[in-house]
Write a protein that binds this ligand. Structure first.
Ligand code: ATP
Ligand code: MG
Length: 434
């Protein structure tokens, strides 16, 4: 608004117009206080009833909590006010009244359950600690773009409406596209590979992925944000370096630039950026460790995927971020390249936070004939993917890459319990609106 003064910039002696939400009012009889809140903080407005116009006092004090008011007046020093200053109003205007009954209490005095919060995100994000999560999320994405720039990557955007899924199968949401069946893309995998083979060579994308997974867990969404990297002339170890750089860059940016937000979340004391290199553990070592240290129902054998429980045991045991490398080829996707000296062993890797998987990646199969064989072994018709496979006939360099869940990154950086807290309007089995 023209001429609006931010709460944080109000100095004693200034004539200001502050505008924001009614955080609370305190009526002490002859004198009353209104606390007005905006994005930059809170300010006290003092009403001296005997010395002020009745209309002015009524307008200021009768507005329900969370109404939006504009207050013009002079700033005075007041050591007892929360910010050391207060506004003595000369004019008060109600810009938007709020109902007396609110579905959620933004002052945070009354706790709300997550579903109520998600149904009323606008009010929910008037709370310092919730706003802080999304400011930190934005900072993490900003830092991620910077890390990718340091890695000489070009940002791309690939289609989300596709004719065929990346890996086919059951995890796709079908849609109707001008009378034809189409799908929401589960991953930019194939498109980013096509771009690694283009003149761009090293690319990244931050965009939505859609997974029609039935499960309902604290770490899965049906629409998530994926941070994707793909680089020509990279092998799996360089791809791991890039994933590690992005994760560390996120922590460092939050540590450097989000002191206020960490404080709002009560994390200012305990926040720690990871130090040193993330250990790289082979799948085989991971199995041994789980079998030796965990108390799982079943002994894990070569070829087993790691269950949530096994991931948990490993996370506890390692106690920091780590990679799991050299997976059995049979449990990694067909487009991941096997080791040249051992076809049973894949170059696929996962990057793990002690609480959960953050990244899956690997070097890609860039040899046309092997790729076609992979599609066939997977039970997919290579013809349907011809737009992709044919580019492997025109000079597709060796390349590697990965996908990282942005919400999982935010969730683990901040120690959030539920992934839904890291996304404004989550999509899950039950939730389609708002
Ligand atoms: P998980 O085994 O934990 O379900 P995944 O192996 O199926 O994950 P990938 O297909 O490897 O997931 O996707 C790469 C990354 O994208 C994951 O490591 C994760 O960070 C993120 N991701 C994948 N699926 C989801 C989802 N449903 N919700 C949120 N993030 C996801
Ligand atoms: Mg994975």
């Amino acid at each position: 608004m023209q001429g609006r003064t931010y709460t944080a910039d109000a100095e004693p002696g200034d004539e200001v117009t502050v505008a924001g939400w009614v955080h609370e009012t305190r009526d002490l009889g002859g004198i009353a206080f209104l606390i007005l809140r905006d994005a930059t903080g809170r300010i006290q407005v003092k009403f001296e009833k005997d010395e002020m116009d009745d209309d002015l006092v009524e307008t200021g004090l009768d507005a329900h909590r969370e109404s939006v008011l504009s207050v013009t007046g002079e700033v005075a020093e007041e050591p007892r006010a929360p910010t050391g200053v207060e506004v003595v109003p000369a004019a008060v205007e109600v810009l938007a009244p709020a109902d007396p009954e609110l579905p959620l209490d933004p002052s945070g005095k009354v706790d709300a359950e997550l579903p109520t919060r998600l149904d009323n995100r606008t009010l929910d994000l008037r709370k310092e600690e919730v706003k802080a999560v999304f400011e930190i999320r934005a900072e993490i994405l900003r830092a991620t773009r910077e890390t990718f720039r340091d890695l000489d990557c070009t940002e791309i955007n690939t289609p989300k409406i596709v004719a065929t899924g990346t890996e086919g199968g059951t995890e796709l949401f079908p849609i109707t596209y001008f009378g034809r069946e189409a799908f929401m893309n589960q991953s930019p995998q194939l498109f980013k590979q096509l771009m690694a083979g283009s003149g761009l060579e090293r690319v990244f994308e931050i965009g939505p992925i859609f997974r029609a997974e039935e499960h309902n867990t604290p770490r899965h969404l049906n629409e998530a944000t994926s941070i994707d990297f793909e680089g020509a002339f990279c092998d799996h170890t360089e791809a791991m370096d890039a994933a590690e750089a992005v994760a560390k860059g996120a922590y460092e940016a939050v540590e450097e630039n989000c002191a206020e937000q960490l404080e709002a979340l009560g994390l200012d004391e305990e926040f720690e950026a990871p130090e040193g290199e993330f250990p790289r553990l082979s799948y085989e070592d991971a199995l041994d460790r789980v079998n030796a240290e965990g108390d799982l129902d079943a002994h894990l054998v070569w070829g087993d995927d790691l269950s949530t429980e096994a991931e948990h045991v490993l996370g506890q045991s390692v106690g920091e971020h780590y990679f799991i490398t050299d997976w059995p080829s049979e449990i990694k996707p067909f487009y991941i390249k096997d080791h040249d000296d051992d076809e049973e062993l894949s170059t696929g890797f996962d990057m793990m936070h002690p609480r959960m998987e953050l990244v899956s990646g690997g070097q890609r199969e860039h040899r046309h004939d092997r790729l076609i064989a992979g599609f066939e072994q997977q039970g997919l018709d290579p013809e349907e993917f011809e737009y992709y496979t044919k580019m492997f006939k025109y000079g597709m360099p060796p390349h590697a890459g990965w996908g990282m869940g942005a919400e999982r990154l935010v969730m683990t950086v901040l120690g959030l319990e539920n992934i839904r807290e890291a996304v404004l309007f989550p999509r899950d089995r039950q939730r389609l609106s708002p």
